[in-house]
Ligand binder design. Structure first.
Ligand SMILES: Nc1ncnc2c1ncn2[C@@H]1O[C@H](COP(=O)(O)OP(=O)(O)OP(=O)(O)O)[C@@H](O)[C@H]1O
Ligand SMILES: [Mg+2]
Length: 425
């Protein structure tokens, strides 16, 4: 696409001009023009080859270019998008160029525009391929992004600070529950177990909030290594089988009928496991009877994990919202089940970061199938990646919050002096 390439005015299809081209504009054309001029969203219509044919006043206000300047220019010359790392998107990765090429609609809020005056504004942008051309609708969300960043910062600091005392409480409860470090009666033991399970939940919640803020800030530090997808899936099934058994559910790895090829992927093992755990734990949580089957299949270009359950299912109205932050379905089947609505949000962020796709199919009251698709790599690519993977950095030094015998402990509890104390995790 050529920048600053002006088309002859008579070749353009500016809506306003074409309205009057065939004589008097119709009532519908006048109404359309009034709406386009008065809406708060920036609206740009492009011809099939990316030339601006309609540029409404809101588009002029946001971009800093006036309508006369913009009309007949290739959009790339004035609709200058940059990504989160401030890289200008000429062709590769530009959502408008992609939509024009692929004829697929797109909606994104991850890009910014550089205005005529050099200012950078965050945009909420929808790109819609039309019969002849492409429609861009956008809003300036710089203020909202700033508020979001402040909120994220607050949540991140608060959850980080709160995690420290929670870890300490967990440690003390571990000491209490351990007969070699404390003596308590059976009734107290029951209370301690309940407190322990709740404090673990609280700790997990703070961890999820921290992970969420990291994901929101694009601070997911992945260390991708070649992995055998089948082995990772089997490992996740193994790790969670006790949890399923507690609910009398079958959790199985379904190897299929035919001999499976080796499905290799490039991913951070811990992050992939976190995604699989989140989905499998959900499947267990939202299934009352029956079971959960995990399987892996794929083709030349991708590998697909499938987690199928026989649980409560999800209605078509809820399906599009499942991966939103804090989204939980509130109905009689799910009301009593605890959760925060962060698991799937985080999973999607992680899968996006792996250049993959996560999606779901479901039949209410019958069950759901969650899918994670990741790019497949060849054995040669795996070998190359193994040779080029840098060594692991040293583990971060962690502040110790574990209680010791010197620290004060609730006076009503008798602490047995052990030789060494290792609080339960
Ligand atoms: N397998 C499933 N079957 C039915 N509903 C599900 C399933 N998985 C997720 N959901 C619905 O999607 C919602 C969002 O799931 P998500 O994992 O993000 O949150 P959560 O499980 O409620 O809490 P947590 O943050 O602790 O994971 C759930 O509250 C539940 O209503
Ligand atoms: Mg969950």
């Amino acid at each position: 696409m050529k920048l600053f390439q002006r088309k002859q005015p008579d070749q353009t299809a500016a809506l306003a001009q074409s309205a009057s081209a065939a004589g008097q504009p119709s009532a519908e054309q006048i109404t359309a023009k009034a709406i386009i001029s008065s809406i708060d969203e920036g609206l740009i219509l492009l011809s099939a080859d990316g030339v601006i044919t309609v540029f409404n006043p809101a588009a002029a206000r946001i971009t800093g270019w006036n309508t006369e300047e913009a009309i007949n220019l290739n959009f790339l010359s004035i609709f200058r998008l940059v990504d989160s790392q401030d890289r200008e998107l000429k062709e590769a990765g530009n959502p408008v160029v992609d939509a024009i090429k692929n004829r697929q609609p797109d909606k994104t809020d991850t890009f910014s525009i550089v205005t005529k005056h050099g200012e950078k504004l965050n945009l909420d942008l929808s790109v819609m391929p039309m019969e002849q051309g492409t429609l861009l609708v956008f809003r300036d969300i710089t203020d909202r992004k700033k508020q979001d960043a402040e909120k994220t910062d607050f949540i991140s600091t608060a959850s980080h600070e709160m995690r420290t005392p929670v870890t300490a409480i967990d440690g003390y409860l571990g000491l209490l529950a351990n007969p070699t470090t404390a003596t308590i009666d059976e009734r107290a033991k029951g209370y301690v177990e309940k407190a322990q399970s709740n404090v673990k939940h609280l700790g997990q919640l703070f961890q999820d909030l921290l992970d969420t803020t990291k994901a929101d800030d694009n601070r997911i530090n992945a260390r991708p290594v070649p992995l055998n997808a089948t082995e990772v899936a089997k490992g996740a099934v193994n790790d969670l089988s006790a949890k399923a058994a507690q609910k009398n559910l079958q959790l199985t790895y379904d190897a299929g009928q035919t001999l499976q090829p080796i499905y290799l992927i490039l991913a951070d093992r811990d992050q992939l496991l976190e995604v699989l755990y989140n989905i499998i734990e959900n499947a267990i949580k939202y299934t009352a009877q029956g079971g959960v089957a995990v399987s892996v299949d794929g083709d030349d270009s991708k590998v697909r994990f499938k987690i199928q359950d026989t649980g409560v299912g999800i209605t078509p109205e809820d399906l599009p919202h499942l991966f939103q932050k804090f989204y939980r379905i509130d109905n009689s089947d799910t009301r009593e089940i605890g959760g925060t609505g962060l698991g799937l949000y985080l999973s999607k962020k992680l899968v996006d970061n792996m250049k993959g796709r996560i999606f779901v199919e479901s039949v209410p009251s019958k069950g759901s199938a969650f899918f994670v698709e990741l790019p497949r790599i060849s054995e040669a690519e795996a070998k190359l990646a193994t040779q080029t993977t840098p060594p692991l950095p040293p583990p971060p030094v962690q502040e110790s919050t574990a209680p010791t015998l010197d620290q004060p402990v609730a006076p009503t509890v008798q602490i047995n002096p052990p030789e060494s104390i290792a609080p339960q995790a």
